[in-house]
Each structure stands twice: as C-alpha cells, then as structure tokens.
Design a protein around this ligand. Structure first.
Ligand SMILES: Cc1cc2nc3c(=O)[nH]c(=O)nc-3n(C[C@H](O)[C@H](O)[C@H](O)COP(=O)(O)OP(=O)(O)OC[C@H]3O[C@@H](n4cnc5c(N)ncnc54)[C@H](O)[C@@H]3O)c2cc1C
Length: 216
C-alpha cells in the first residue's frame, strides 16, 4: 500500500490491484495499519472473483493453465453439476466445478466453478486455500447435504474415487428417491407423473422412521 512517495499510501481502484470492493477495503484497512506503524500485508493469492452471469462464474487461486505456466505439476478434476444433488433438485445442472491441486502434496491451488450460486461456494474454497488444505482434507470434511457447496467436497473426492460410487450422503448413492425420480422426468408428462409419485413417496415417508424423502 506504500507508494513510491514516502509517507503516501494508496488502496483501491487508484492502484494497480484488482478493482473490487473487497480488495479496496482490505487494502484501505491495511494501509491504515501501516500508516500508524504496522506491517500489514495484502495477500491476494486466494482472492475470489465472481462474474454475475447466469450461471455464475467464480474462481479463486490458480487455473490449470496458470499453474502449469508457473511450472507447477498439478492434478485437476472437473465435476459436472449433474453429480451435485443440489443442482439435481434445482433442475439446473448446467455447469461444473473444477479443482486444481498440487500433484505431489494434494494442496488445493485453485477452484473454478460455473454454476448457479457459484459465488456462494467459492468463499469456502478461499478458506480452504488460506488453511493450506489438501483435496484429501476437503474430501474428509463435513459438508451439509443438499447444498451447492457440497459440490466442493464431491469434486475433492473425485481425486481419489469415482463420485458415482460413493456411499450414502457422500454422493449420488444417497440422492433421495424423489430427486432420482425428478431427474429422470425430462418431459412435461413425465414430470406430472413423477410429481404424483413424489407426493405418494413423501406420504409413505411420513410413515417411515428415516428422514423424509430418503431411500437408501
Ligand atoms: C458498474 C460497476 C459495478 C461494479 N461491481 C462490483 C461488484 O459487484 N463487486 C465488486 O467487488 N466490485 C465491483 N465494482 C468495482 C468497485 O466498485 C470498485 O473496485 C471499488 O468501489 C473501488 O473502491 P475505491 O474506494 O478505490 O473507489 P471508489 O469506490 O470509486 O471511491 C472513491 C471515492 O472518492 C470520491 N472522489 C473522487 N475524486 C474525489 C476528489 N477529488 N475529492 C474527494 N472525493 C473524491 C468518489 O466520489 C468516490 O466516492 C464495480 C464497479 C463498477 C463501476
């Protein structure tokens, strides 16, 4: 934040830093610290970017191309949204989540997502990167089922196994029967039929001891 003029500090759009509100705010607060004798740094290595298109585009850290250009050896995985239960229940499976990990250590280097709500899941990837987490560690974390951010865990799991083979509540093996039915319902007539089945299924669930809507 210190400029080349002694005693003059700068933050925000008047600098050559990325032009975002949160970068300007972070730079401004750190500039204030440094003006008063502190030594605050601004690390933009895990700076998220969101493009508010439909679906949203969100990214943090290195893309595969940039990592490779930097001479890093990487492993990458792309998880299609039709493997994310939240996307299935939303009938909105357009998009993907891509993870870039350091090949030897498994350390998460970057995430790119094209998805409805991609901007909501990317801060979790920011935290994971700030914590120097590996994809294995992310795969082992608890992510709430039926959230879009669960796609991060599922994508992390694809580094070590086929996500379609995952067991209950870790992958599609646990998609509620209603979700499975609805996903199959591509045609309007089918949707109507399946909606009726869904209603019936939920009524039956009320009589089960397990959580509503689930078939294991
Ligand atoms: C259309 C648009 C959409 C954007 N959307 C997003 C977004 O979704 N997310 C995001 O993170 N960023 C977004 N940005 C970028 C974001 O607004 C800027 O990066 C951020 O506001 C920069 O903060 P700043 O404090 O450096 O500058 P500014 O917010 O521009 O603040 C500078 C202030 O200085 C005042 N000023 C200028 N000259 C003088 C003067 N001579 N004397 C006194 N005051 C002066 C101005 O009036 C202004 O209030 C968007 C920008 C635009 C233009």
């Amino acid at each position: 934040m210190q400029t080349n003029v002694p005693g003059i500090y700068a933050a925000g759009d008047c600098t050559d830093q990325p032009k975002f509100v949160y970068v300007a705010a972070a730079g401004g607060s750190r500039a204030g610290i440094n003006i008063t004798g502190g030594e605050a740094m601004l690390d933009l290595g895990a700076m998220p970017v969101v493009i508010f298109t439909d679906p949203q585009v969100a990214t943090v850290g290195l893309t595969e191309e940039r990592a490779t250009t930097q001479g890093l050896r990487v492993d990458t995985r792309v998880l299609s949204l039709d493997s994310v239960p939240r996307a299935l229940v939303n009938f909105d499976t357009a998009g993907f989540i891509k993870m870039v990990a350091e090949q030897d250590s498994g350390r998460l280097l970057g995430v790119q997502a094209v998805a409805a709500g991609a901007g909501e899941l990317i801060p979790t990837a920011v935290m994971a990167m700030q914590a120097n987490m590996t994809v294995q560690e992310m795969a082992d974390e608890l992510f709430p089922y039926l959230t879009m951010v669960e796609g991060l865990k599922l994508c992390a799991q694809t580094f070590i196994r086929d996500v379609a083979q995952l067991s209950c509540c870790a992958g599609l093996g646990c998609v509620p029967s209603s979700v499975g039915m609805l996903e199959q319902a591509r045609q309007p007539a089918q949707i109507r039929d399946h909606a009726e089945q869904l209603d019936q299924g939920l009524e039956d669930d009320d009589n089960d001891s397990g959580p509503p809507g689930f078939r294991q």
